[in-house]
Design a protein around this ligand. Sequence first.
Ligand SMILES: C[S@@+](CC[C@H](N)C(=O)[O-])C[C@H]1O[C@@H](n2cnc3c(N)ncnc32)[C@H](O)[C@@H]1O
Length: 441
Amino acid sequence: MSQPNLRALAASVVIQVIDQGHSLSQALPKAQSKLRDARDKALLAEIAYGVMRQLPQLDTQLRRCLQKPLSGKKRIIHGLLLAGLYQLKHTRVGSHAVVAESVNACREIGAPGMTGLVNGVLRALDRDMDALQAEQFDAPSVHYRHPGWFIKRLQQAYPDQWAAILDANNEAPPLWLRNNALQQSRDAYLQQLADAGVEAVAGEEQEAIRLPKPRDVTGLPGFPKGAVSVQDHSAQISGRLLNAQPGERVLDACAAPGGKSCHILEQQPQLAELVALDVDPWRLTRVQQNLDRLGLTATLKCGDGTDPQSWWDGQAFDRILLDAPCSATGVIRRNPDSKWLRRDEDIAQLAELQGKILRACWQMLKPGGTLVYATCSVLPDENVQQIQAFLQNTPDAMLDPIVAGEDDTTPGWQLLPTVEGGDGFYYARLIKRQDGATQTA
Ligand SMILES: C[S@@+](CC[C@H](N)C(=O)[O-])C[C@H]1O[C@@H](n2cnc3c(N)ncnc32)[C@H](O)[C@@H]1O
């Protein structure tokens, strides 16, 4: 049976994201499942991710070539041309193949009348490639390939670093693994990788391993049996900060897909219980899959973190990790579609939800207990301002500093994304005062 044209699939994925508000994580796997060859699947992903990274520049250069914008039913052809221009500018696919395959895709899409336009536009763009590659763009949102509202927020929060953050977001990220210390030491696993011819380096976090080249992890030594997991370097810090001890009850309050729950269990196999809570039942099934692969056990609960009465048994927790739902603005390089899906007004709504979950979690924490608050955001509203307000309004909450210089006015540790390093993340650690302790204790 013949398989669908890869460029037609790419056009559909691009339009699903930019016009219909679907995420790449929804649209891409469905399209990939229609292709048999692993290399074709990888090329489709490269085109889809690449278009999202480069979108404003591709769009600007493409629109100049069109006499009339492609609207309505012709939007899919706009997606096809964006994918075509991306391949011409940023991949090694030969220009002849790009044009020929895009014209074939046009027929497959059911628009044979548009083949002339697709052929003509892509050929014209290809002829101009040197000029297109060298073009400088005046508008910051086109130059930096991020929405204007986000650039403004970054400029305000990071007057010296905003451009470096945007540049890092535009790069494809490294692949980070977390060694499973229950199965082998990191050094032993690095040796297994070297024996298998896989380039890898140790990271700063105890179990972190960086693979400079992206690859299918399922073929890594021992992966199916849980030797390692995929987890960014910055995300691996959470377990160390939580520092769970034998016999403790721990809540992972926003647990799915379970990366941090599994890490906590790998670091501390003698917990009394780890409760992994998430509001999304489908995402919770992914926690179970991850636990199964790693041979770990947790109590899974589907429930709303803002409303403990609906699922909590009333037994307080010694430690809570709250990896809150957030704007994910620290992981744009991993999810470049989020730049075009997220809206400025989402930030205040997310901050409100985070505050509600944080206050509810506080009720479930034992006096003397520790709560680690985390987001993969770089925006102060969700991070330092959130925790600052919480400390001000919660007399029994005390900051447990993670890094030098932290105090109640600048609580927490903001990590920014770097090209070879970890994602953008924020951590703050809070302790619940013991009964009778005063605020100044
Ligand atoms: C940043 S992700 C968590 C990632 C996870 N900690 C890990 O390391 O794999 C945030 C999670 O919060 C969940 N969530 C959103 N609102 C929630 C709520 N009100 N109560 C509980 N979980 C919620 C989402 O379904 C999502 O899975």
